[in-house]
Write a protein that binds this ligand. Structure first.
Ligand SMILES: [Zn+2]
Length: 88
């Protein structure tokens, strides 16, 4: 099973994203080589609904399953389905 890499919050790319240790509260930190910035998945996506909706729509259009999107965006499967339904 291949590892799921989250999308960079700053430039929306996945190809340059690497794990970059953990934050003080234990969230996974990532570093994006494309835009040279770090971001935290749990911190970033929580409460950032417009961003999630956009990502879900884009990932689905690229052929990803809701399960994969849930893992990539670090949000629950019900949340992913919520955006799928509301988008149609
Ligand atoms: Zn980036």
């Amino acid at each position: 099973m291949r590892m799921l890499i989250p999308i960079c919050h700053h430039c929306n790319q996945t190809r340059g994203v690497k794990k970059h240790g953990k934050s003080k509260v234990g969230s996974q930190r990532y570093y994006c080589q494309e835009c040279k910035k770090t971001f935290l998945t749990k911190y970033i996506y929580k409460g950032n609904e417009a961003q999630i909706a956009r990502q879900v729509t884009r990932l689905i259009s690229q052929g990803n399953t809701p399960e994969m999107i849930s893992a990539v965006l670090q949000v629950g499967l019900p949340t992913v389905r919520h955006y799928l339904v509301s988008d149609k």
